[in-house]
Design a binder for this molecule. Structure first.
Ligand code: HEM
Length: 181
């Protein structure tokens, strides 16, 4: 996982829960990086999961909820790096359809080491869209939060749920987005 994601998590924790909690999360885990994250470098996913696990325990917030809220916070930071075509998308639906074949493709072009999920799309009818998420990192709840953050950005109202999830043994996570009027 990119250092930039760790940097964003640090900001999120410090803004919402104070500096001390972030320091504790670093000192209470054995981290190969010693908690020093350069935005452009890659770090082991286990470090992210260890920090999130610690935060979840201390804040008494279940991991899915914590990761989803972080995803919402992260969205504007990622959006500022997105290609113009995605930033100028006419709607949330059009934007979401660009994540796999435009946005993440451009990320990979600029950074061969980037570790990105795969999305395929289904159920694209009227007020629904299904995004099938596949990644060895199983960060489906981060996706949910990013989608909610994107909805806020496009000033649209959506509900997000999962019909099947890799955490329950499925081979991909089926994220269903319902567009509310
Ligand atoms: C709703 C929209 C989006 C969704 C659902 C999404 C989903 C994700 C997820 C779940 C990850 C974590 C890695 C994994 O699961 O394997 C990720 C990583 C990432 N995404 Fe996206 N993303 C979205 C929008 C964006 C945008 C707008 C950008 C801007 C260029 C972006 C750039 C990145 C980058 C740089 C990473 C980190 C790659 C790494 O650690 O090497 N994403 N994305």
């Amino acid at each position: 996982m990119k250092g930039a994601i760790f940097n964003a998590l640090q900001e999120f924790v410090e803004e919402n829960h104070g500096y001390q909690l972030w320091d504790e999360a670093l000192t209470n885990n054995t981290l190969e990086s010693h908690g020093i994250y350069t935005s452009t470098k890659q770090y082991q996913d286990v470090e992210l999961f260890a920090i999130i696990g610690y935060l979840s325990e201390q804040l008494e917030v279940p991991i899915p909820d914590l990761v989803r809220t972080f995803g919402e916070y992260l969205f504007p930071l990622l959006m500022s790096l997105a290609p113009d075509e995605a930033q100028n998308a006419p709607s949330l639906r059009t934007f979401l359809m660009m994540v796999d074949e435009l946005i993440h493709v451009e990320v990979k072009k600029l950074d061969k080491e980037a570790q990105l999920p795969e999305f395929s799309y289904g159920g694209d009818s009227g007020d629904n869209l299904t995004m099938l998420y596949r990644s060895p990192r199983k960060l489906c709840f981060l996706s949910e939060g990013l989608i909610l953050g994107a909805a806020k950005h496009f000033k649209e109202s959506v509900s997000v749920s999962q019909n099947s999830c890799m955490h329950q043994g499925a081979d991909c996570c089926e994220i269903e987005i319902t567009f509310n009027e």
